[in-house]
Write a protein that binds this ligand. Structure first.
Ligand code: NAP
Length: 329
């Protein structure tokens, strides 16, 4: 039988609108030091929506998006670390580092070529869909909560916008080590789901504009705040951090924040910015997830051909957890 030379992929041609076409494209070839992974399932990140809508820097088109996957390579089930070329400094990625899925072709396809060192064994306790949901969100939350945030058992952590893919991991991780969790969300249904996962205090930021006062009333102050909404959300999150505590940001979904200076220096607060994770963070995250048998929260599974509906669901912030794409064999 003739070797296949093409594969199905969702390729983005235009930014600012839908712009995605499901089509046959040439199979990727492994360059030196690369492995081709046969993708079984992929997952969305907000980055994919930002790129599709033209709200991301340095967009190069056409491109196959997608940073997360679970698939097969060399006869084993694998997941892929989406950070390419982190570099040698654990504290910060190198200026040459990039994220899988633009500019390098990503996981919304039947095959993807990635550096050999980015290929890891799938955690055994996870299904293919669960493992596909893990990489980007899992490592970002791990670095935010533990490497930057230093979260420990018995401490209290505030997790804003808990419906988000990364933030659901932060909740699962915090509960796994025995931290107390305070979460916010725009919808009561998401708060109920967070409570079912163990959230101790749940507040609707859309219906309670002074939600930071509600946090104070409920728990006093928090040891750590983790935020990716930015703007007003980050400013309010910072205002409930206890003296000597920490705030970690990995995103600015709603824009820039205006923050009060006095409490930062007077209460000796630490503010950390973080993005993705080093190879060491990724390996530690996989160990942690396996040890605690953590299962990513899957919001919904779509077929690759339904990618526009999946993107729209994320754009509308309807999801709780990760949106997964099943990739046809
Ligand atoms: N720097 C990095 O390496 C890195 C890595 C991953 C993600 N990010 C960034 O982090 C953000 C989230 O990414 P994601 O993939 O997790 O996206 P996502 O699954 O779409 O989650 C976004 C969530 O943000 C929350 N949100 C929106 N407006 C909010 C507000 N005003 N206050 C509080 N929460 C608000 C919503 O939570 P509710 O639905 O609960 O209201 C929403 O579900 C994006 O900006 C993304 O680019 C950065």
């Amino acid at each position: 039988m003739a070797q296949a030379t093409a594969m199905r992929a969702a390729r983005l041609y235009e930014k600012g609108g839908p712009g995605l076409r499901i089509e046959d494209v040439p199979l990727p070839e492994a360059a030196e030091g690369q492995t081709v992974v046969r993708v079984r399932a992929a997952a969305l990140n907000h980055r994919d929506v930002f790129i599709t809508r033209g709200l991301y820097p340095n967009i190069v088109l056409p491109a196959i998006l997608g940073s997360d996957c679970c698939g097969e390579a060399g006869g084993r089930e694998v997941v892929v670390d989406p950070t390419i070329g982190w570099g040698s400094d654990e504290r910060v990625w190198s200026p040459e580092a990039s994220i899988l899925g633009m500019p390098a072709d990503g996981t919304f396809a039947q095959n993807v070529a990635v550096p050999n060192e980015n290929v890891h064994a799938k955690p055994e306790h996870l299904s293919v869909e669960e493992a596909a949901a893990l990489p980007l969100g899992g490592v970002t939350a791990y670095r935010a909560a533990f490497v930057c945030g230093g979260l420990q058992a018995g401490q209290t952590v505030l997790i804003t916008g808990v419906g988000g893919g990364v933030q659901t991991f932060a909740l699962l991780y915090a509960k796994a080590i025995g931290a107390r969790t305070v979460v916010t969300s725009s919808r009561d249904g998401k708060l109920e789901r967070a409570k079912a996962l163990g959230a101790d205090v749940a507040i609707n930021y859309a219906t309670t504009p002074d939600w930071h006062k509600a946090v104070r009333a409920a728990v006093g102050a928090v040891d750590l705040a983790i935020d990716s909404a930015g703007g007003d959300s980050f400013a309010k999150a910072l205002s409930v951090v206890k003296p000597g505590g920490r705030a970690v940001t990995y995103g600015g979904t709603t824009g820039d924040a205006t923050i009060k200076m006095f409490p930062i220096f007077w209460h000796q607060l630490s503010i950390y910015g973080t993005s993705m994770g080093s190879p060491g963070d990724f390996a530690a995250m996989l160990d942690f997830v396996s040890k605690h048998r953590i299962k990513p929260v899957i919001d919904r599974v779509y077929e690759l051909a339904e990618i526009e509906s999946a993107m729209q669901r994320m754009d509308d912030a309807l999801q709780f957890g990760k949106i997964v794409l099943r990739v046809p064999s």
